[in-house]
Design a binder for this molecule. Sequence first.
Ligand SMILES: *Cc1c(COP(=O)(O)O)cnc(C)c1O
Length: 401
Amino acid sequence: MSRDPTSFLGDEYSALVQSDLDWKIRTLQGPSTPWCHIDGKKVLMLCSNNYLGLTNHPALKKAAVDAVTTHGAGSGSVRAIAGNMDLHIQLEERLAHFKRAEASLVYQTGYAVNSGLIPQLVGEQDLVVSDELNHGSIIDGVRLSRAERAVYKHADTADLARVLDEAEKHSPQYRRILVITDGVFSMDGDIAPLDEIAKVSGEHGALVYVDDAHGEGVLGEGGRGIVSHFHLDRRQVQIEMGTFSKAFGVVGGHVSGSRDLTNFAYNKSRTWLLSGSHPPAVAAACIAAIDVLENEPERVQTLWRHTRHFKKSMSDLGFDIGKSESPITPIMVGEAEVAKKLSARLFEEGVFALPIVFPMVAKGKARIRTIMNAALTPEDLDFAIGAFGKIGKELAIVAQH
Ligand SMILES: *Cc1c(COP(=O)(O)O)cnc(C)c1O
């Protein structure tokens, strides 16, 4: 008798459970709003990517419902065959206008952009140079390419220059060099020095690809993202990638830049060509999200006002809030057990904020990652800060007085 060939499934899962490394996933019973119902309890949401409160915005919901009425529930195909709807085109035109790019191309997700486009931009005779803390979807895209890889120290442009200097001496010469970085780093909330990265890369003739998943809707003029934040243009940062699943409150990914870039991208990206297009409701809700960003820029200002208040209050209470420069505020506690205990107690007190522990971050760097939301009221914020203060003292993370 041979062994059951599926036994590894249960074995590996049990091993994760035993080492407390399995995902314990909570369930939202209703919309993602500042106060929401999770696992039967009403809690204040402090860890969604819903920066601007758009997930439940009436204009987005109405656009989605209307699109179901006019265009149906599904698109019927991949874009390239029979699933390219007028709504998809409208979304791309609106987004390109918003991003001040020549063109935008929408993918099913941000993950589909990084994993589908990067391996087409660089191949066998090329070099891809990555920040050591880049998002997993970038790492997967790089792995799928046949290019040589180099990593530079996190946000360290001197180290990037060293890598590019070395690349120049490479024989035979690389055909292309692509430098890739997250815009805002999702675990620490720090912002890539994109101006310096673009300068160093330009001096070495390298292309720059920025993943602006946590910058769009947050940084730059009216939430136009990191390229706007640093007043850069498309000659300096040629490839700008983003997502509709974070501040935009829906789902989807995009790449923005020149028309040549989007023409290249849709003809080559296997994720785009081989996977069905967004349901009309998704495209319509994303268009409505752009409307909101253009017409209600005060949401971005509220997001930053809340962020400053929260960071200052948490720091005054004695919490270590890391080196974030964005609405992502990590509450650094060190040991994984402390982070888990803090998160569990916060949940009991009515605040939902997830612990981030090894292997998502290095050992000894466990934290609670909070993400600010413009839809919170000042009272909500004070409630959250009060809960952190109370439990921080209880667990001796901050001083008692
Ligand atoms: C969330 C995220 C993605 C993936 O975006 P999706 O649209 O959710 O697939 C890619 N890059 C970064 C940096 C992210 O934070």
